[in-house]
Design a protein around this ligand. Structure first.
Ligand code: NDP
Length: 318
């Protein structure tokens, strides 16, 4: 079977490409710059890549850019989107590429009748921010959809970009008969395949010095290997449909820091946290629908251990 992965050099997509090759797929992978070894070498050296990985240049902002890569594919995994948490020009850096890019990819999918399903990497950013209070008894599920006005009020531009992109994707898919499934992971952590840091693994690294990061009430995480696995299930399981909250753990940041401190003394000691750091998660997220796709979520201890090991191996931590 032939599938396409957009933004293949990214953190999540690299794992997705690896697992797809392991399962015997032919993978047409798009990257922005095929001549940059930092973006491609880790892909080209994966098992099966020589025989079954094909790289294509594509940019979210260029109309028709994805046609060649999507042509002939049964499944399209659209992961490419800017992941930037502080932006000086949100319209250009985040909103425009996220929304226009998603529509560009979907327009390519409509052109080729070989495409049976599109799996979009959305986010809990498109779920959580609807203005409803998040209290310990609340169980967030797939019926929640973030409100763009709430994201704007919070100046949470990345959240807004993911919310608008998912909204646009559903509208376009319904209007054009596309079988769309979205996955909505939390902050994704786990071992890096690429030589560079992505924004959410960098957040783990920041827990060693950035008290602002540490003083957030919860650490809401999903392991990258679970995210990649669930993408493939979302394509392969015929009954997969709609949205899937994909949250491994909602953990008080205090608990996450306890684990990190045991792994490496450089991380912020939990006792340094401001008073009022909650002992229990301040809300819950339903795993029921995600588990119906077969994911069983790695323990947080394993994800953090492997993240720290990977940060050491890649030279970001001594
Ligand atoms: P990365 O930053 O590692 O990957 C993002 C990818 O998007 C890169 O391949 C990047 O290409 C590509 N991209 C960005 N802008 C463009 C553009 N204009 N044209 C083409 N490609 C572009 O992030 P992640 O792997 O963490 O995220 C992947 C997806 O998962 C995103 O959609 C993100 O919103 C979503 N997600 C991530 C979560 C997380 O915690 N990490 C949580 C929930 C959802 P290049 O390498 O050339 O920059």
């Amino acid at each position: 079977k032939v599938v396409c992965v957009t933004g293949a050099s990214g953190f999540i997509a690299s794992w997705l490409v690896k697992l797809l090759l392991q399962r015997g797929y032919i993978v047409k992978a798009t990257v922005r710059d095929p001549n940059d070894p930092k973006k491609t070498e880790h892909l080209l050296t994966l098992d099966g890549a020589k025989e079954r990985l094909h790289l294509f240049q594509a940019d979210l902002l260029v109309e028709g850019s994805f046609d060649l890569a999507v042509d002939g594919c049964e499944g399209v995994f659209h992961t490419a989107s800017p992941v930037i948490f502080s932006s000086t020009d949100p319209q250009e850096e985040l909103l425009y590429p996220a929304v226009k890019g998603t529509l560009n990819v979907l327009k390519s999918c409509v052109k080729f009748p070989t495409v049976k399903r599109v799996v979009l990497t959305s986010s809990m950013a498109s779920v959580l921010n609807n203005g409803k209070p998040l209290t310990p008894d609340v169980v967030v599920d797939e019926t929640w959809f973030s409100d763009p006005l709430v994201c704007e009020d919070l100046e949470a531009w990345y959240f807004l970009s993911k919310t608008l992109a998912e909204e646009a994707a559903w509208k376009f898919a319904k209007g054009n008969g596309i079988d769309l499934v979205t996955l909505n992971p939390a902050y994704v952590i786990g071992p890096l395949l690429q030589p560079t840091l992505n924004a959410t693994v960098e957040m783990v690294l920041n827990l060693k010095k950035d008290m602002q990061e540490a003083n957030k009430p919860n650490y809401i995480s999903t392991d990258v290997r679970d995210v990649a696995y669930t993408h493939i299930q979302a394509f392969e399981v015929p009954s997969a449909n709609g949205r899937y909250c994909l949250v491994g753990h909602v953990t008080p940041v205090f608990e996450a820091l306890k684990i990190l401190q045991q792994l490496h003394p450089i991380f912020c000691p939990p006792e340094k946290l401001e008073d009022g750091s909650p002992a229990e998660p301040t809300f819950q997220v339903s795993q029921e629908k995600a588990k119906s796709l077969g994911v069983s979520f790695l323990p947080l201890e394993v994800s953090l251990r492997d993240t720290v090991e990977s940060l050491k191996e890649k030279g970001f931590l001594s």
